[in-house]
Design a protein around this ligand. Sequence first.
Ligand SMILES: Cc1ncc(COP(=O)(O)O)c(C=O)c1O
Length: 379
Amino acid sequence: MPLTGVERYGHGGDRWTAGEMFGRGADAFVDFSANINPLGPPDSVVRVLQEALEDKGAPVLARYPDPRARSLKRALANRYGVPEECLMIGNGGAELIDLVNAAVRPSRVGATAPSFAEYEASARKRGQEIVYLPTGEKEGFQPEPEALSKWIRSVDLAYLGHPNNPTGLTVPYGQLLAAAEEAAVAGTVLVVDEAFLDFVSDGEARSLLSRLADFPTTLLLRSMTKFYALPGLRLGWGAAHPDWIRRIEELQIPWSVNGLAQIAGEAALSDGAFENVTRRWLAVERCFMMERLRELPGALLVPGEVNYFLLKLEAPPLGGTGASRRLQQALGERGILIRDCSTYPGLDDAYIRVAVRSREENVHLLQKLGEVLGKGEIF
Ligand SMILES: Cc1ncc(COP(=O)(O)O)c(C=O)c1O
């Protein structure tokens, strides 16, 4: 059934559709529906982009970009200690999710429910069977180990969000290892989507990146659009066995990663100060939001580890049929965008997701939430 809400094109962060629905300009929202670092993009990135554009003749625009993004790959290889031939660059993580599907050519695609919509979308458009692994509220939205192994064996390609979207939960390291081992034995391709891992302070220690050589059927994906706030520029990367990288790159449209994105990525990777400031902001603001959101009457917070939270609107005054859509509408009319999570498989209209933003914006959200709920106007 086609979607009709703000998420009709599949995702949060759609100010344009929200603007049409709530009678406001696209810029007239504080956006809590997309999980973008509010401190970014880094000044260092903006500076290199400005310099590149001001360079006489603007060669970055006037030349084709490096089709293999060699310089950016070198920077990633140095930063993460991964051989360049194990790296691929994408026009956002979303492109790589789709390219992996194109390269694997699976019959059965596995996604946990709930999880990021593009895993299913990449399968659906090719007429592949989708096999969901339900991870419900009862299990704390974590896959149960035995069910996880069985599910990996039952599909050709399996996606695991680490951290998962929309729950913000990571997969315990032991379980990740077990999943990668199971996938190797079963010949299943396992994609661990680490798009939000940068927001986890000890994220690198919890990634399989340094162990990839042991798991030839496991691929890791990262995004640079969230932590570095570059969703409009588009940039992601992935790591895998060189055979996978070759197959995937053969299927990639030439020059899909533009020249500005490539130089922005390099600048972002060398900006340690931005990373530190972001980690300090998130450590404080995450706790603040967690505490305050937990105080909402009837709301159950999933204790995500990153820059967004999944909330269940459980009991009156929040709960009830269509609560997520009504709350989104009431806040949208007040210039605040939240993610209605009823479109996620495995969730219903009791669930919303909000990003963590600056203190001022977070307080604004909490105030408006209080105002809407206090008036009981969503019922
Ligand atoms: C879990 C997850 N993976 C990948 C992506 C793709 O991100 P991008 O294409 O902006 O890099 C997203 C975007 O929301 C996401 O939530």
